[in-house]
Design a binder for this molecule. Structure first.
Ligand code: ZN
Length: 143
C-alpha cells in the first residue's frame, strides 16, 4: 500500500531546506548591500571575508535546494538511492496529485466532449433507432 501523504519528517526537512536557502540568499545579497555602503564594509572587517560571503551564500542556496528536493521526492524518488520500487512509493503523493489534476481536467472538458445522441429513423416503420444500430428495434428491418 503506497503512502499518499508526505511524512512529517520530510515536511520538516523541506521547510528547513527553504530556511537554509533563504539565509543563503540573504548572505549573497548582503555582499551587494555592503558594496553600496563602503563605511559599513570597512567596519565589518576585511574585504576578503566579505568576498567569501557570496560563495557561502551560493553553497547554502544549493544545499537548501537539495534538501527540498530530497524532502519532496524522498531519498529514492530524488535518485540518491537507486530503488525504483521505493521511488514509486516516495513519489506516490505526486503521482496521485498528477492523476488528480488529469481527472480535474477531464471533468472540465467532459461537458464539451460529451457525445451527441443521434437517432436514425427507420425507413420502414418510422421508429427512431440509435445511430449505431444495424437493425430496427421495432420491425427488425436493416437501417
Ligand atoms: Zn422499423
Amino acid at each position: 500500500m503506497a503512502k499518499k501523504e508526505i511524512s512529517d519528517e520530510r515536511k520538516a526537512l523541506y521547510y528547513a531546506g527553504m530556511a537554509v536557502s533563504g539565509i543563503g540568499i540573504l548572505l549573497f545579497l548582503s555582499v551587494f548591500l555592503s558594496f553600496m555602503n563602503p563605511e559599513r564594509m570597512l567596519s565589518n572587517g576585511s574585504v576578503g571575508s566579505i568576498m567569501s560571503r557570496p560563495f557561502i551564500g551560493i553553497l547554502m542556496i544549493a544545499i537548501g535546494n537539495g534538501m527540498r528536493v530530497v524532502a519532496a521526492r524522498g531519498v529514492a524518488g530524488s535518485g540518491i538511492i537507486l530503488d525504483p520500487k521505493k521511488a514509486r512509493e516516495d513519489l506516490s503523493p505526486w503521482s496521485s496529485m498528477a492523476g488528480g489534476m488529469i481527472k480535474d481536467a477531464m471533468d472540465e472538458t467532459e461537458i464539451h466532449t460529451k457525445k451527441e445522441i443521434v437517432k436514425v429513423r427507420c425507413r420502414n416503420c418510422s421508429e427512431l433507432n440509435d445511430e449505431d444500430a444495424k437493425f430496427c428495434k421495432n420491425c427488425g428491418e436493416k437501417v
